[in-house]
Design a protein around this ligand. Sequence first.
Ligand code: AMP
Length: 249
Amino acid sequence: MKILVPVKRVVDYNVKVRVKSDGSGVELAGVKMAINPFDEISIEEAVRMKEAGIATEVVAVSCGTAAAQETLRAALAMGADRGILVETDIELQPLAVGKLLKAVVERESPQLVICGKQAIDDDANQTGQILAALMGWGQATFASKVVVDGAVIRVTREIDGGLETLELPLPAVVTADLRLNEPRYATLPNIMKAKKKPLDVLPAASLGVDISPRLRQGRHSEPPARKAGIKVADVADLIQKLRNDAKVI
Ligand code: AMP
């Protein structure tokens, strides 16, 4: 079984994001970028399936500028077998990524696509769902457990009332939630090995899909500063404040 894992290059989660002074977007100049954390979880899950003999190949794919090659190398260092960069300088929105991924899926014919549940930059939480719809495949989002059983996949999801388990025929799209696994750190030898793994570059224009942006971003602004907290004198004071002053926001 071949598994395709889409990985996005995003601002590193440790970076304090700053809005550009003219409010036109987020400052990216000189900012540390990294693989989207949910995509690390997807790669980890796919690599574990390969180690367990369930998957035969793990292909990481990223859509974006040439700089996303670095993101693919991070996925290769974690154990993906090869990478595909769908290269474009056009700003990509989830619909465009979904269309590009569909074109890659049609070329690669994976049995399973594992996306992250969301990218931590735009928090869109749309791409996996769009890809499943475009392909006409089943989808199981926010997976906290994934079991492949022959031609079906059973996916456990954390929902408000507890756990829900879905059974889908393959091929299917799964999106990874935080508790699916704990991704491994890439070791130095594996980082070195990753430099030699195959990485194909496909110009997005060669895939024949319309990736022009459909959404226009309005103004960006910093969130309002939080008010300072208060100190309570003792437990009685705390209870009194919780009873009388605390408000559900
Ligand atoms: P989003 O819908 O933007 O929140 O992203 C959800 C997931 O879709 C991510 O975790 C990735 O697995 C995938 N994805 C989004 N954008 C890209 C991209 N430019 N290249 C590859 N995968 C992407």
